[in-house]
Design a protein around this ligand. Structure first.
Ligand code: ADP
Ligand code: MG
Length: 339
């Protein structure tokens, strides 16, 4: 009988990476979230071949101290949590200290960083878990992470990647969510050296929505705001005439973080009851603010799903706020054709 033994760290990293890093867009999400947590105002994302050959994220954030650079790749190493209590009041995008370790387990990573207060920075490489020495690096303040040859050592996962266009599509969707959740951020996305889009730090959310979804959506938006309270929902919903054949233009955010929630998507749909034909979907961009200790963002490895303490209260708040706003527009209900 085989004896029990603890797995070596590079095997643990590969297993963990399986949960968090599914495709190039997962890497982009983790790296850009780190840049946001670092207080960056501009983030440049460069991809080659849908991100399978290269993903580079460069920011102008607060950087990493040279002495901490190697530690950034260690598992469960984070600067964002200091005690278990912090887990229940998370205000940063990251906190698990897993992303860089996971990415380095399935790709070849170079991390370069310079805190603005230092005259020069340092870099370190990590190939499939093997860490290089820390060397000096002369770059501008901020952090650059380069990931090459994603999944070079995980052939099964590489096999499951789709076409370059599909992988790029996933990255664009990820960047859209991050851009909507952080309207003050200047974002640039390039693919094979060509600009895909540049999103300036726009005046507000409505402009940003217009940038991604066009004037047709931008011009039919109604602003919503439930008003101050323990829970608050603000954002925009579109006129029913802007309806869609799917729910793709229903974006939900809680405390700045994009998430998926069938119940709240249902609340949004319910507010449009009588205004949409069967099989048509509302367009909405809803931003919830709730006390950090009333939402658990630690229920899903990529944090795509969250759990609200006061689930039904949040549901009613969304439905009532959107419905009240639509009522103010005196929209004519859609009349079902007699059977
Ligand atoms: P987490 O984000 O959950 O803390 P990561 O593995 O993503 O874990 O990152 C580990 C640590 O590396 C972070 O806690 C942070 O201190 C540092 N770090 C990573 N990326 C950046 C960045 N772009 N700017 C500044 N610090 C960074
Ligand atoms: Mg992170």
């Amino acid at each position: 009988m085989a004896r029990i033994q603890q797995l070596p760290p590079h095997v643990v990293a590969k297993i963990a990476a399986g949960e968090v890093i599914e495709r190039p867009s997962s890497v982009v999400k983790e790296l850009v979230e780190n840049s946001i947590d670092a207080g960056s105002t501009r983030i440049d994302i460069d991809l080659e071949v849908g991100g399978t050959e290269l993903i580079r994220v460069a920011d102008d954030g607060h950087g990493i101290e040279p002495d901490d650079l190697a530690l950034a790749f260690a598992q469960h190493a984070t600067s964002k949590l200091t005690s278990a209590d912090d887990l229940f009041a998370i205000s940063s995008m990251g906190f698990r200290g897993e992303a860089l370790a996971s990415i380095a387990g399935v790709g070849k990573v170079t991390l370069q960083s310079r805190p603005p207060a230092l005259a020069s920075g340092c870099e370190v490489r990590c190939d499939g878990g093997d860490l290089s020495a820390v060397r000096p690096w002369n770059g501008s303040p901020g952090t650059r992470v380069e990931v090459r040859h994603l999944f070079y050592n995980v052939p099964v996962r590489k096999k499951f990647l789709k076409s370059v266009a599909t992988e790029l599509g996933h990255v664009c969707e990820t960047v859209t969510r991050l851009a909507l959740g952080n309207p003050g951020l200047h974002l640039v996305l390039r693919h094979n050296g060509k600009l895909v889009y540049e999103v300036p730090a726009t005046a507000g959310l409505a402009d940003r929505i217009g940038l991604f979804f066009g004037a047709e959506v931008r011009d039919t938006l109604y602003e919503i705001d439930s008003g101050p309270g323990r829970q608050r929902v603000v954002g925009y919903v579109a006129d029913p005439k802007c309806d869609r054949g799917n729910a793709k233009l229903q974006y939900l955010f809680v405390n700045g973080r994009w998430f998926r929630d069938r119940s709240l998507a249902h609340a949004l749909q319910e507010s449009y009851r009588g205004l949409l034909m069967t099989g048509r979907y509302a367009v909405g961009f809803l931003f919830l603010t709730v006390p950090p200790d009333s939402v658990d963002v630690n229920v899903h490895p990529t944090k795509a799903e969250v759990r609200f303490q006061e689930n039904s209260l949040v549901y009613s708040l969304v439905r009532a706020t959107v419905k009240a706003r639509l009522l103010r527009e005196n929209l004519v209900p859609y009349l079902a054709a007699p059977a």
